[in-house]
Design a protein. Sequence first.
Length: 348
Amino acid sequence: MASRSRVFRRSAEALLALAAASAVAASAVVASSAQATVPTTGGDDRPPRTLAWPATADGFAGTGGGTTGGAGGATVTVTTFADLVRYATAAAPYVIRVDGAVGATPYGTEVKVASNKTIVGVGTRGHLVNGGFFLGPGVNNVIIRNLTIRDTLMASDDPDDKDFDYDGIQLDGAHHVWIDHNTITRMNDGLIDSRKDTSYLTMSWNVLAQNNKSFGIGWTENVTARMTIHHNWIRDTNQRNPSTDNVAYAHLYNNHLQNVRSYGNYARGATRMVLENSYFDNVEDPYYRDAAAQLRQSGSVVVNSPGRRETGGSAFDPRSFYAYTLDAAADVPALLRAYAGPRPDIGV
């Protein structure tokens, strides 16, 4: 399984080969082969590295057969909510390019996405406004990428957000899902709800912001789910950042939690969580676990956050499932400010 591509300074021949391979992948699923040089901090002697945004999922979504979305299906461009619903709910595979701000009607509608779909914003222009996405039981092989999903808040439901279940993305028993480079903000319930044994999920390079409930995981007695949560910027939120209940393998790394009024990474139930090289800034309780959960932490930075930091148990070894490369925790805030959320070089 290929992890997120990072390469250091290479020869001209190697760079040309990488660009050609990325272009082939981009044509298959409307992803970008553009690269960016990322400096490191602290005056160390590590060379700059080049990031590429590959077209296929890493982490757990890249295992067990992988996640390719609508690759192999037709590519369509939508500018209306009706067309977004038409292609997202179709039985056939599609790569669906969202070009512009698409308003959901009725307000709060969650588009019921079918299997074998890529839904990708065109550069930074793709917005779903006043609505979200729903992936039901058995839905699989879905990519939701490079979108801004926003604005279903209901003033009458403040502050609990319990009366209107308007999520950014809700997954109920889906599998092999990649949620990458999105901004999800100001939703009336959760920004992400991963429920009912949803598994083989990777959440990468997203911004989750300005909400009460950020990312809830669980709503099941089973302990089967596998998920990778990396390079996400979670800021100005309250609870569920994420709350991770009964997840067999939860791998969290290189995330930045900032201005979180309640708890940060919470391992609940029988969860086994590995937390690596993340950055916590002004988080009430950065990370902790239930008595039955296991949480193994290494390499993280915690500032302005005097609350709970509790670990215990060996959890598991993510490298026994897939390869990955860690960024230094000190580099994470600048890295995510620059590259999390929709990119102008994806979906074009």
